[in-house]
Design a binder for this molecule. Structure first.
Ligand code: ZN
Length: 250
């Protein structure tokens, strides 16, 4: 079986500007996220792309050879070219999988595909986050106990301005009392989308074994199940003999 081709995309801004982030992620957050997926099995082939590359490293050709795109963005959402967003949307509708992490809730591509504000409440106070599995039979929760905890994370709270998820996998509780739908799945066209909340840049979240397991499970859950090309074909030849009753109205 051919390997699942995964591209981890990072905006690579905080790592360049904030020493605290560069210290935690010396090779960039995208590299740590990619490493976590790479070590999860031999069935994946993982590469990275960053905002600063021509076409953000996501040319038409590269996307056509990508099965799953993993996205981390925050400060650079507005810098992502609309033509690239169009291209990613098209590929997701065809069947490419998409995993959106943390502050990617406000990325152009996530908002485009979900069609809502994707707004939330937040607080940066290094709180404990407890992620509860609310769907133990879901493949994305495989290998995760009833819950797991991250000692220090940014808080994201409800209301989260998303369409009701097609499948809900995790709900987070924070030390300050808020809760948040932190693991959500949607189907769009022929593609699947998984949103996973943890991953604020000033904490070593992407080295956590449970976080790595969930992202790796998510990558496999969104894997393409065939391709559905948007071409609107005119099927002139019917499968069964028919009497043509009039002109096409299409
Ligand atoms: Zn954050």
């Amino acid at each position: 079986m051919s390997k699942l081709r995964v591209v981890v995309w990072g905006e690579n801004i905080h790592e360049q500007k904030m020493p605290v982030v560069a210290k935690i992620y010396p090779d960039g957050m995208h590299s740590a996220i990619a490493e976590g997926i790479r070590e999860s099995g031999k069935d994946v082939e993982v590469s990275t792309a960053i905002l600063q590359e021509p076409e953000h490293g996501l040319t038409k050709e590269r996307l056509s050879q990508t099965d799953v795109l993993v996205w981390w963005g925050h400060a650079g959402h507005a810098q992502v070219e609309d033509v690239v967003v169009d291209r990613i949307q098209k590929r997701v509708l065809e069947g490419m999988g998409l995993v959106i992490l943390h502050s990617g809730h406000y990325s152009k591509i996530f908002k485009r595909l979900l069609g809502t504000s994707c707004s939330l409440t937040w607080r940066e106070a290094g709180e404990k986050e407890r992620l509860w599995v609310c769907n133990p039979g879901h493949p994305i929760a495989a290998g995760i106990d009833r819950y797991f905890e991250l000692e220090n994370e940014e808080m994201y709270g409800e209301p989260f301005g998303i369409p009701s998820p097609d499948e809900q996998v995790f709900i987070s509780w924070f030390e300050g009392g808020e809760v948040f739908r932190s693991g959500c799945c949607w189907y769009r066209g022929n593609g699947k989308i998984f949103y996973f909340r943890p991953g604020h840049e000033t904490y070593p979240t992407y080295y956590d074994k449970n976080v790595r397991k969930v992202i790796s499970n998510g990558v496999r859950w969104v894997r393409p199940q065939g391709t559905w090309i948007d071409a609107c074909p005119n099927v002139k030849v019917a499968c069964e003999p028919i009497v043509v009753k009039g002109e096409s109205v299409h």
